[in-house]
Design a binder for this molecule. Structure first.
Ligand SMILES: [Zn+2]
Length: 134
């Protein structure tokens, strides 16, 4: 099972820590949204950057700072994120919002049609050569 930017996924926690998606005993099931997919070249498996809203406690989350080297959208600077391997995701949550990923940068935009290019990519020449993240 692979997920896309904009998907809502369910993780299970024990005492505030995300545990294996297949675990039989857990405290909470929490729905988080995927903001970025990262492929480490040595594994060729996607890991998922999940946005952790301020009302959710995930002890392994980290604060996104402006030195962001992972290409996470800048709007998440100052917010908490957590990076998980796919086996830590239990299942897909509710259906993603209606929309599509930008064909250039892979950012998810609500109500966008398939194959569109987002506003940032259309206006910023330095984004023109980015490769799709899918
Ligand atoms: Zn874009």
């Amino acid at each position: 099972m692979t997920y896309d930017i904009g998907d809502h996924v369910i993780v299970r926690t024990v005492s505030g820590f995300i545990v294996s998606g297949r675990t039989e005993v857990w405290d909470d099931e929490i729905e988080l949204s995927v903001v970025k997919k990262i492929m480490w070249s040595e594994t060729e498996v996607y890991e998922y950057v999940l946005f952790v809203p301020c009302h959710v406690l995930i002890k392994s989350s980290t604060l996104m700072d402006s030195r962001n080297k992972l290409g996470i959208p800048q709007k998440f600077v100052g917010e908490h994120i957590v990076i998980v391997k796919p086996q830590y995701i239990t299942r897909l949550g509710r259906q993603r919002a209606d929309g599509n990923n930008c064909a250039n940068c892979g950012d998810f935009c609500n109500y966008a049609t398939e194959g569109f290019t987002c506003y940032s990519c259309r206006t910023n020449p330095y984004r023109q050569k980015m490769r799709p993240q899918k």
